[in-house]
Design a protein around this ligand. Structure first.
Ligand code: SF4
Length: 356
């Protein structure tokens, strides 16, 4: 039997945590290339044209790994879901085979037990090893989310421009290198200390903008042209609720969906798949919290987010909160995004100043 060599798609800073799982289980991994215009174009070229953008970019991520010898792709498939994501594995496997790559996809059914069984089968790891790998994964994941939030807070307040991004990059590099769980508390402490040492303008009052929309797009800076950093450098504090922890909480506490539905009932009385309902719920929350702007990010071809966009626009008209919806795909150029963002930032500042 051929040895399993895994590659997988990038997903922003979470890539670090995913790689840890495979390393800890002793699996051979060829990490994905950073997402860039070349990998995006390669993925888009062989993907079904009308499929949603993340399918194309993630396909582009795994191609270099397959060329370097990987024979297995970690792509969550058959795990349920309420949009086209549930077919990603099947479609990507077919596309890759049609393009000459014989590749296995890790096949998860919809239960944690099946995920456990699949991992055990391919890695041969003991139950204790799997538990430890999962624990280390979650520790890294939680720290990644924590420092991303810290960066959102520090960027607009930093005195020396660029310090926060430098601390964030160095922290993520150290976290990626860390392969012993016992060293995690020390590194965590050091990372949090370096953030606390960033010099800031104390008590600076600044506009707040929230990012809502599709989870992959809002969480991956290389997909959304690093919007959080761009806004932060313009003196705007960014908030984003959508991340893996948010998503997992909804899986563990299914009644959260019921709460969301109750809150958005005046606007939408059914599910639309994906995180469509969450975008409405989040926007209503940010309006209530008196934010100064909302940016809605969606991949081209994302049915849930396209469906809720008119509702978000309606909330924008009713409340007066500045609103910008950005649909991203392989055709979108950074220069175009920058122009729209500059105009939006002016509107946000005017809105903020009018309240002072
Ligand atoms: S949420 Fe949208 S972009 Fe993401 S997989 Fe579903 S349909 Fe595609």
């Amino acid at each position: 039997m051929k040895k399993t060599i895994i590659t997988f798609a990038r997903w922003g800073n979470y890539t670090i945590a995913f790689k840890t799982i495979f390393d800890q289980l002793g699996l051979e991994v060829i990490p994905p290339e950073p997402t860039n215009p070349t990998t995006i174009a390669e993925g888009a070229k062989i993907s079904p044209e009308m499929y949603c953008f993340p399918l194309k970019t993630t396909l582009g991520n795994v191609l270099p790994g397959l060329r370097k010898g990987a024979n297995t792709v970690f792509m969550v498939q058959n795990i349920g879901g309420s949009c086209r994501q549930r077919y990603y594995g099947a479609i990507q496997k077919k596309v890759l085979e049609e393009n000459g790559h014989q590749v296995n996809f890790l096949d998860f059914r919809a239960t944690p037990r099946d995920i456990y069984r699949t991992i055990k089968k391919i890695s041969g790891a003991s139950s204790w090893q799997i538990i430890r790998a999962a624990r280390f994964f979650f520790k890294k994941l939680r720290l990644i989310e924590k420092i991303e939030k810290k960066a959102q807070f520090y960027r607009p307040r930093e005195i020396k421009k660029g310090t926060t991004d430098q601390v964030l990059t160095e922290s993520l590099t150290e976290l990626e290198k860390l392969n012993k769980e016992k060293d995690f508390p020390r590194l965590r402490k050091e990372i949090l200390k370096s953030f606390s040492e960033i010099e800031t303008e104390k008590d600076k009052k600044i506009p707040r903008v929230a990012l809502v929309g599709e989870i992959y797009t809002v969480c991956d800076p290389s997909i959304n042209f690093d919007l959080e950093s761009k806004l932060g450098k313009e003196g705007i504090e960014v908030h984003r609720e959508m991340d893996i922890t948010y998503h997992l909480k909804k899986l563990v506490f299914p009644w959260k969906d019921w709460t969301i539905q109750r809150k958005i009932n005046p606007y939408l009385r059914s599910t639309v798949g994906g995180h469509g309902r969450d975008a409405i719920y989040e926007m209503l929350h940010y309006v209530k919290e008196d934010f100064d702007g909302i940016i809605h990010l969606l991949p081209f071809g994302c049915m849930p987010e396209v469906t809720v966009r008119p509702i978000l626009e309606k909330i924008h008209l009713e409340s007066g909160i500045p609103f910008l919806s950005l649909s991203l795909d392989e055709q979108v150029a950074e220069a175009g995004i920058n122009t729209r963002l500059e105009a939006f930032i002016d509107v946000v500042r005017n809105h903020y100043n009018s309240k002072q």
